[in-house]
Ligand binder design. Structure first.
Ligand SMILES: Cc1cc2nc3c(=O)[nH]c(=O)nc-3n(C[C@H](O)[C@H](O)[C@H](O)COP(=O)(O)O)c2cc1C
Length: 220
């Protein structure tokens, strides 16, 4: 077990300074005297995980599911951030393609560059993944953004097949980018019937597969 000093804990999510390592289920906190005074350092063996909610559609089920994934990771002792594609600059096709970079995209690029493992939640749009997801990938720096990193894929749809095709299409893009895809992919069909009135998953088989996928991405 290799413990690493990750950095000053300023809060949750992206305030943590991350380095590469393996994830553990427990984070250890320890007070340390440093040159700068007494700080609360977080010791953990970590990879930075970012959940990508792969649509910018207002009120999307994908974002709801992203929050559930984030909560389940937290329950397993792992902090993950959510990057919703609704956060992309409105004008991204002008401001951030073909070697252009806007100040609005810079923090997004930083999150992507610092991430070791991605969980892409991908809704089915016209039999594939959303166009905005490909625009996002095209806008990110190559190769630093995804090359030799890891990802888990989740498909969802209002229809019957849970975006099997779109996840396959996106797998092809990931292979091109040398982004290593975890074997266990989840497909959630009829997504509108998956949430209870509090917005939680309630079907036992969905919960079982989501938990299995989360456990696997932690140790991937
Ligand atoms: C542009 C668009 C195309 C869609 N195409 C499909 C489709 O081909 N098959 C399907 O089952 N659902 C389709 N849907 C429905 C989505 O799967 C549904 O909205 C689901 O809730 C997941 O997406 P969301 O995160 O936008 O809510 C489409 C939705 C949109 C907005």
């Amino acid at each position: 077990m290799n413990w690493q000093v990750i950095g000053l804990r300023l809060g949750s999510g992206y305030d943590i300074y991350h380095t590469k390592g393996k994830l553990l289920n427990n984070n250890l906190l320890s007070n340390k005297n440093t040159l700068f005074g007494k700080f609360n350092y977080q010791f953990f063996n970590i990879s930075m995980i970012t959940i990508i909610s792969s649509t910018n559609r207002p009120g999307s089920s994908t974002l709801k599911l992203a929050k559930i994934y984030q909560q389940k990771l937290k329950e397993k002792g792992v902090e993950a951030g959510i990057l919703s594609l609704a956060q992309l600059p409105d004008n991204i096709i002008v401001s951030d393609l073909y070697n252009k970079r806007s100040p609005e995209f810079e923090p997004i690029q930083q999150i992507v560059s610092n991430t070791d493992k991605f969980i892409f939640l991908i809704p089915e749009y016209n039999g594939s993944f959303p166009g905005v997801l490909k625009v996002f990938i095209d806008a990110c720096n190559f190769p630093e953004s995804f090359y030799d990193k890891k990802a888990a894929l989740v498909g969802l749809s209002s229809g019957k097949y849970g975006n099997i095709r779109g996840v396959d299409h996106f797998t092809g893009v990931c292979h091109y980018l040398h982004l290593n895809i975890m074997a266990l992919k989840i497909h959630i069909a009829a997504i509108n019937k998956e949430f209870d009135e509090d917005g939680n998953l309630f079907k036992s088989d969905t919960i079982k597969f989501v938990n299995e996928q989360i456990d696997k991405i932690i140790s991937f």
